[in-house]
Design a protein around this ligand. Sequence first.
Ligand SMILES: [Zn+2]
Length: 152
Amino acid sequence: MLLNYYIYAKLLYMKINLCPNCGSDAYIKSGIVNNRQRYKCKSCGYFFTVNKLGKKIDDYYVNKALQLYLEGLTYREIERILGISHVSIMNWVKKYNVKRPYKTDYHPTYKILNAQELAKYFSDAANLTGAGVLVTELGDKFMLIKWERFKD
Ligand SMILES: [Zn+2]
């Protein structure tokens, strides 16, 4: 859940605050277009959706979702972690023609840790014996994905 708060805070921070046409800060929500909030400027009547920073956020989560999919996580797990609908993820997998190279019987476990917790985790050799570990950035935290293929 922490991660979703992070996304929320980041979206608030990057909130559109000026009309791209006239620079007014008076705008109202005006429907959803292609899954994006559309706004209407009250001063000049111009419609706009998200700014370029919004697009960057989108790309970031498309990449993360596909990365987690490749690591063997299920659509539902990715939905839970990133707060993105499993339908969107399925569409991206199809759109980018992403195929998993291995069978899913090596299902990984995962933890979401901050930098300090991550350092502590790696300082204990027992955590690393007999398992593969991958770390990926996730918002302001890190996700540690672990395969226990070699453990019974
Ligand atoms: Zn305007």
